[in-house]
Each structure stands twice: as structure tokens, then as C-alpha cells.
Ligand binder design. Structure first.
Ligand SMILES: [Zn+2]
Ligand SMILES: [Zn+2]
Length: 178
């Protein structure tokens, strides 16, 4: 009999899918320690949802629930021809979405020096194995309200470990710890 293993903390290969199912993929080794979950309230994220006419993506306070993880662990397996990208400002992140059904996919830094992707919750499928978003990703670690902060600053005790530790910066900043 195996005891002492916390199943809820084990990494998971999480299915990714746009609303209509044309664009699909998988995020590998997803766990609370393999990435950074946060809620972003910046104007650009809200503008992105407006542009896509998907106000349902935002929470009641206008926040976008995001999981930032290494880009190399996210693979698209179908529908890549329907994937589009836009940028809301010269220095802004690249915002990816599906053209088939206007589903926000995720954001990446414009610079290849930051190989991370901030996957928007609307592209992650949590129904598959019965575990909640909280169980798979952990609770949001911070709220982002300031657009101009460019480096992720983490309390040492909350810094994700494992594969994520090599990533020291991103296009996001954490302004308010939860
Ligand atoms: Zn679609
Ligand atoms: Zn934002």
C-alpha cells in the first residue's frame, strides 16, 4: 500500500483546447511548483478580452486568471492554422488567441530571452481528470495591477521550484501578493 503521496500535488499533463475544440494542445508537467499562477488586472488584458468579445474570460473584478510556465512545456497538437497573435503596444507582450472561436490562448514575451508563456485559463481544460484548477495549479500567488513592472519578483518562500527556477524574468510583474 502506498501512503504519504499527495496525489493532488503530482504533475499533470493538462489538455489545452479552444472553446470550439479546433485548436488543441497539451501543457506538460503542470503542478503548483512548475509555474506561477496569478490574476492580472492590467488594462491590456482587459482590452484583449474586449477585442475578442469575450468578457466571460474576466472575473467579476476584471482580472484574467493566468498560469505562467516554461514555453517548452506547451505544445499545440491541432488547429495551429487558426492561431493568431496581436500586440496591444510596441513594448507589450505577444497575445495569442484562436481565430475560430476567439479564445484567448496565452501571452508570451516578445523577446526570445524569456521563454515563458502565460496560459490564459480559458485555454486550459480542467474537467478531464476531476481535479479543480486550485488542485492542479495551486491558488493564485499574486494579483498584478501595475502594467509597467517588468520583472517577476518572488518571495523566496513562494518561488516556484523545479524546472521553473531557471526563469528569472518575464514580461509580467507581481505587484500585490495575495
Ligand atoms: Zn476554436
Ligand atoms: Zn495583464
Amino acid at each position: 500500500m502506498i501512503t504519504g503521496i499527495d496525489m493532488a500535488r503530482l504533475p499533470l499533463d493538462l489538455p489545452l483546447r479552444c472553446r470550439c475544440g479546433r485548436v488543441r494542445g497539451v501543457a506538460s508537467d503542470v503542478s503548483p511548483s512548475s509555474g506561477l499562477r496569478f490574476v492580472c488586472y492590467c488594462k491590456d488584458c482587459q482590452a484583449f478580452a474586449r477585442f475578442l468579445e469575450r468578457p466571460d474570460v474576466l472575473d467579476s473584478a476584471g482580472g484574467t486568471d493566468i498560469f505562467q510556465m516554461p514555453l517548452g512545456r506547451v505544445k499545440l497538437t491541432a488547429g495551429t492554422d487558426a492561431v493568431r497573435c496581436l500586440r496591444l503596444s510596441d513594448k507589450g507582450v505577444l497575445r495569442w488567441y484562436s481565430d475560430c472561436c476567439q479564445t484567448p490562448i496565452g501571452n508570451t514575451a516578445a523577446s526570445p530571452h524569456f521563454p515563458v508563456i502565460a496560459v490564459v485559463h480559458s485555454f486550459m481544460v480542467h474537467e478531464a481528470d476531476g481535479r479543480s484548477r486550485e488542485e492542479v495549479l495551486g491558488p493564485p500567488l499574486c494579483r498584478i495591477t501595475v502594467q509597467s513592472i517588468r520583472l517577476v519578483t518572488m518571495r523566496p518562500s513562494q518561488a516556484p521550484s523545479g524546472g521553473y527556477s531557471g526563469v528569472k524574468a518575464s514580461a509580467y510583474g507581481c505587484a500585490t501578493w495575495m
